[in-house]
Design a protein around this ligand. Structure first.
Ligand SMILES: [Zn+2]
Length: 321
């Protein structure tokens, strides 16, 4: 038996695009833009220059060479000559190469298992280091801490500080142990087929991260919700994923997005929502912010983004004390 058709088309009730974008396309587009946002954040922030001349319109003159160059590229592209030259050309490169090799799990390197998920240069090095290399790393880091002690005006050789450099070096490696973890190890064997399609929420996951601008902690809570689409993940794994991404140098916005994107990629769910509430020591200690003030960031995808009712259900559930 067919369901009776609603009088109002669904796009008008949900406020989504009237262009009849399939949810699959919508979800993929959301993941793509999230991926791009995380990439941008990795490169650091660019200040908006309000004094610069507005760049709304193409330059009236003097840019003929650029224009011709662009046309040349265009021609080459369409006659399919010198594709390699094209890929080396920043101006012609699309921000999201869809030609990237796809694993059965993912389109993005969010869970590029080999790269340990959003790696930095030393990530694999750290994970695969020999005992000797670990010792070397620790000694180098401890040396740097000793330098800090000297620079702030301390005597690194006084008794109370004698073991501090090594102790701090060990602590720092622990605070950043997320660099040694990858999603494959965390989720392996913990994603299941199951016909559950109700909102699943794990709230109040404690997170301890370090602000990448000051290397000072920010701590708080993460709330994760998702609506499965025949794939569910072991609940404890949500906390492990939060832990992995937070035990790296972060900005809260990116941390929030990375967790959302990782879940979205792995579970291909109907919707994902991640909310992070935290207090940044770099703000509290420097007096920019009153103690107790929190920063909240959120990232919603799929149905949790497009359907107000679902979103509200999530928000009211995480706010319930
Ligand atoms: Zn900071």
């Amino acid at each position: 038996m067919d369901k009776p058709k609603p009088a109002i088309p669904s796009h008008m009730m949900n406020g989504s695009s009237p262009l009849h974008v399939s949810t699959e396309t919508r979800d993929k587009n959301e993941r793509d833009s999230l991926f791009a946002a995380i990439q941008t954040s990795n490169r650091g922030r660019q200040a908006v220059d309000f004094d610069a001349a507005p760049d709304y319109f193409p330059k009236p003159s003097g840019s003929n060479a650029d224009y011709r160059g662009a046309m040349e590229r265009h021609k080459i592209l369409h006659s399919e000559i010198e594709v390699e030259g094209h890929s080396d050309d920043r101006a012609a490169r699309t921000p999201l190469a869809t030609s990237r090799a796809q694993s059965p799990y993912t389109q993005h390197p969010t869970i590029d298992f080999d790269g340990l998920s959003w790696p930095s240069g030393g990530t694999r090095e750290r994970k695969e280091a020999t005992e000797e290399q670990k010792e070397e790393r620790l000694a180098k880091l401890a040396g740097a801490v000793r330098t800090i002690l000297e620079c702030v005006g301390e005597d690194p050789d006084r008794e109370g500080l004698r073991d501090t450099p090594e102790r701090y070096a060990k602590a720092m490696l622990f605070f950043t142990k997320g660099y040694e973890e990858n999603l494959r190890d965390i989720v392996n064997g913990a994603v299941f087929h199951e016909d559950h399609d109700e909102l699943v929420i794990v709230k109040d996951i404690e997170i301890f991260s370090l602000c990448e601008h000051h290397l000072v902690p920010f701590t708080g809570k993460m709330h994760i919700g998702y609506i499965p689409n025949r794939r569910v993940i072991g609940l404890s794994k949500l906390a492990r994923i939060a832990e992995m991404f937070s035990r790296r140098f972060q900005v809260q916005e990116r941390l929030t997005k990375q967790v959302a994107l990782a879940l979205s990629e792995m579970l291909q769910p109907q919707g994902v929502a991640v909310v992070v509430e935290s207090s940044h020591l770099c703000m509290v200690m420097r007096g920019v912010q009153k103690t107790g003030a929190t920063t909240t960031t959120s990232c919603m995808l799929g149905r949790l983004r497009s359907t107000a009712k679902t979103r509200e259900e999530f928000l009211s559930l995480i706010n319930r004390k």
